[in-house]
Design a binder for this molecule. Structure first.
Ligand SMILES: [Zn+2]
Length: 317
């Protein structure tokens, strides 16, 4: 057993609950200081693991260029009407493309070079880069943005606090941060492998995300919970077997089929995905009014403003 104390990845406190549950070598704790739940020991498996994992490869390489609920929620609630935005962990860049279309100067970075290549080809975007946020300043100097977004990234990090500090560094003073995370109070509770380590290390609810942002010098935070109709749609989609789509993508990625076959297979995977999406949407519209009292959204989008540098802080520098 390690002698290292169990430390919260969101506030670094060592005041932790007893283990709430266990999964393989990990135990889930709740931080008594900030309320974030986290699996310990935490170690993000790194870029290579994500690139090779077929779940992410299927999503990133198909270039599904419609947007997730959290992308739309962000676009509908953009805190500025123009300016620059960078999406950190942008995958194939679907959100970057949508923001660029709305007139923002939009950038995206992701540590999967395959996803970035696919996005560059498909969206013809210039400002997509395969890199980690930690390396941004080395490459682009003191370039800063009006808005920084990170969708479904925070929960993957082994040190959520260090990650949000990195996001702050590329944000202008007074700029806005938009992050989305899964809601641990969601109903129905749909636990799959992707919610567990080494995928997700932290679990969030509305108070935990507000508190986390306040601790990291963000003010005026607002949290949007995914509405019932979208929740039901996600539930239905999770229930429909994704096997065929994954199989087609895997075969298309293998070296043996020719370029034409490969394109045809990816096109079939895409058509299936779109069809599935439409059917789920229709079912959700019908069911939402009846099931609303029993449903709690599975995703949270938080928007907050980085505090302006105060005189005291400026003197400390
Ligand atoms: Zn904590």
């Amino acid at each position: 057993m390690s002698l290292e104390p169990i430390r919260c990845p969101a506030c670094h406190s060592t005041r932790q609950s007893e283990p709430l549950e266990r999964y393989r070598q990990w135990s889930l704790y709740e931080c008594l200081e900030c309320g974030v739940q986290h699996f310990w020991p935490a170690k993000n498996p790194g870029a290579d693991w994500y690139q090779e994992n077929e779940m992410y490869a299927a999503r990133d390489l198909m270039v599904v260029d419609w947007l997730g609920w959290y992308h739309r929620a962000a676009l509908d609630n953009m805190p500025v009407r123009s300016g620059s935005v960078i999406d950190v962990g942008c995958g194939n860049g679907a959100f970057v493309a949508a923001a660029a279309e709305r007139g923002y100067e939009a950038w995206g970075i992701d540590f999967s070079s395959k996803a970035i290549e696919a996005g560059r080809r498909h969206f013809r975007l210039q400002n997509l880069y395969a890199m980690r946020i930690e390396d941004f300043t080395t490459q682009f100097g003191d370039r800063r943005f009006d808005v920084v977004t990170a969708f479904e990234v925070l929960e993957h990090m082994d040190d959520a606090s260090a990650f949000v500090l990195e996001l702050s560094k590329v944000l202008k003073p007074g700029g806005h941060l938009i992050v989305s995370v899964p809601n641990r109070e969601r109903r129905p509770w749909l636990l799959n492998e992707g919610d567990l380590p080494p995928h997700h290390f932290t679990r969030w609810n509305v108070p935990a995300i507000h508190g986390f942002l306040a601790r990291h010098e963000f003010t005026r935070s607002k949290v949007i919970v995914c509405p019932t109709r979208i929740t039901l749609k996600a539930f239905i989609l999770y229930r429909i077997h994704l096997g065929l789509v994954i199989r087609l993508t895997r075969r298309a990625q293998a070296d043996h089929p020719g370029a034409i076959q490969r394109t045809a297979m990816l096109a079939r995977a895409r058509t299936l995905t779109i069809l599935k999406d439409r059917l789920a949407d229709l079912a959700a519209v019908v069911l939402a009014p009846v099931l609303a009292p029993f449903v709690r959204g599975p995703m949270l989008v938080a928007i907050a403003q980085r505090a302006e540098v105060t005189n005291t802080a400026a003197q400390d520098d």
